[in-house]
Design a protein around this ligand. Structure first.
Ligand code: NAD
Length: 504
């Protein structure tokens, strides 16, 4: 493993302080991810974890919880060393804590200093805020004031979770509230999509292949399509979803990160600094719409019941308002003005209760104007499409034309397919494992910089303001369909159609 400085380094000493240690995220994601890092040797015996939350747990109880989290996450992992979870859990310490209580930070510092000495952690600290963002500022302020941030050669890193604000002003306020204690280079903003291997492989595909690198420009690419479609409805997340909606839940963060990876110029060097600069530039070069343009180019939707009336509409789901105007679907057109792709449209789409679950990216290449095989002037070549399958399938499909049949010279499209096998997919670490390992190693490549987050909000805020001027006519798509008709029309108006168009 190469660190940012280029030094080969496998493991790292550190004290993790997890705020929200009794919560769902810690249980389902963080403890299993830390365990996997331990099992693989990225964490050796010189690490410790302090879990903090309001509940009065003992260390022994905490160890049982951590072991049970590992077991729940990895029933099928075929672990050979059964003692390992217990050995791992012995590095965990629980500290009951209320984020507003200054005395608790004093106790936390004492414990942190003790553990630092006991495990020889050399002042390396990772503060993981697995709590609602409204607490971030308070915690960051107390960490600084109560001297939990170490001085000297050790590092202080802050890992935070989404949602990072509701719009640009609230995101800025949140950022300001932590930036008094942590510098930008110490802040690791998680967007778990950036932890997914198929998303990380976008850069490799683009810049590691002369074939695609040379074609990735406005001369050859007609349009780019990004679809994050879910077949499930809001399920048990109605409470949160009523305050968020698809735009805040999926578009501002995950989709805009994917847009930046697809439209950025090639960095001179592949490291987090160069990559981040190119991603920021890409987002700054997305055309900023007027409200009128936003209304024209962005479509929102909310699912109703399915045609057979076997699935509830969003407004009838438990926990939602029966007059809710929250969008469960967004489609939109973004236009990049990055030099290589200047003017190329990027169509984005996400929604719940759609026909089929799939996250995929389609790169639609331009047709050759001169079809020398045409029988008449109107006969066009079928466009070449490169599809990156992100989930549940992982891999690529390249669609191109080839001669078929024995009679005459007829061209038909064929699909060159590569899919990861179930075994290959099972070997890919969970997004959280990779992201925590990156934070431990100080590698910021797969984290969102404040300038990315803020620019994405600015682009989305115009759309939200435009939408807020009108009452939506919801529900406007049936469960099991691919969203409102207007989302199809958005591309039809440009003489295009969605590549991913599954039939129910
Ligand atoms: P949760 O409600 O399960 O856990 C919240 C934790 O905060 C608990 O440990 C609770 O004891 C603690 N807490 C709350 N108020 C406190 C206080 N005043 N003082 C001390 N501790 C307090 O929430 P969660 O699902 O674990 O999510 C945590 C954060 O991560 C949220 O911001 C959420 O949006 C984000 N997130 C969660 C997931 C997930 O899969 N759960 C995924 C992505 C992002």
């Amino acid at each position: 493993m190469k660190s940012e400085s280029g030094v080969i380094k496998m493991n790292q000493k550190a004290l993790f302080i997890i705020f929200g240690g009794t919560g769902d995220l810690a249980y389902r994601k963080l403890y299993p991810a830390l365990f996997n890092l331990y099992e693989k040797g990225y964490l050796k015996e010189d690490f410790a974890v302090i879990g903090t939350a309001r509940r009065p747990w003992s260390n022994d109880h905490y160890h049982e919880v951590v072991m049970s989290a590992i077991e729940d996450a990895g029933r099928d992992s075929g672990r050979t060393n059964d003692d390992l979870p217990r050995k791992f859990a012995s590095h965990f310490y629980y500290q009951s804590h209320n984020v507003d209580d200054v005395d608790h930070y004093v106790a936390l510092r004492k414990l942190a200093d003790e553990l630092d000495e006991k495990y020889d952690l050399q002042g390396n600290r990772i503060f993981y805020l697995a709590m609602a963002p409204r607490f971030f500022g308070t915690i960051a302020g107390h960490l600084k004031d109560q001297a939990l941030l170490t001085k000297g050669n050790g590092f202080n890193r802050l890992i935070i979770e989404k949602p990072f604000g509701r719009d640009y002003p609230s995101a800025k306020e949140l950022n300001d509230s932590i930036s008094g204690s942590f510098k930008e280079e110490q802040i690791f903003r998680i967007d778990h999509y950036l932890g997914k291997e198929p998303i990380q492989s976008i850069a490799g595909l683009r810049f590691g292949n002369a074939l695609f690198n040379s074609l990735w420009n406005k001369v050859h690419i007609d349009n780019i399509q990004i679809t994050l479609s879910e077949s499930l409805g809001v399920e048990e997340r109605a409470g949160y979803y009523e305050t968020a909606g698809a735009m805040r839940d999926m578009v501002q963060n995950h989709i805009m990160q994917i847009v930046s990876l697809l439209t950025m110029e090639r960095p001179d060097v592949f490291d987090s600094e160069h990559l981040r600069d190119k991603k920021i530039e890409a987002l700054e070069n997305i055309q900023m719409y007027t409200k009128e343009e936003a209304k024209k180019y962005f479509i929102r939707g909310q699912y109703g019941a399915d045609e057979a009336n076997t699935q509830l509409g969003y407004r009838d789901e438990e926990g939602t308002d029966n007059q809710s105007t929250v969008e469960t679907f967004v489609a939109g057109k973004l236009i990049t003005h990055n030099p290589s792709l200047d003017g190329v449209p990027v169509y984005i789409r996400t929604g719940k209760r759609l026909t089929k679950k799939s996250t995929q990216i389609n790169i639609v290449f331009k047709n050759d104007d001169q079809n020398i095989f045409a029988k008449d002037a109107s006969e066009k070549l079928k466009t070449n499409v490169l599809t990156m399958h992100i989930e549940p399938d992982q891999g690529f499909t390249l669609e191109f034309n080839t001669k078929t049949g024995n009679q005459g010279y007829n061209l038909s499209p064929v699909h060159l397919r590569y899919r990861k096998t179930a075994t290959e997919k099972a070997q890919i670490p969970d997004a959280y494992e990779g992201l925590i390992r990156d934070a431990l190693m100080g590698n910021k490549t797969n984290f969102a910089h404040w300038h990315e987050v803020s620019q994405a909000w600015k682009i989305m805020d115009v759309v939200r303001e435009a939408w807020d001027e009108e009452e939506p006519a919801f529900p406007n798509y049936a469960s099991g369909s691919m969203g409102p008709e207007a989302a199809m029309q958005l591309l039809a108006d440009d003489g295009r159609k969605w590549v991913f168009n599954p039939r129910s």
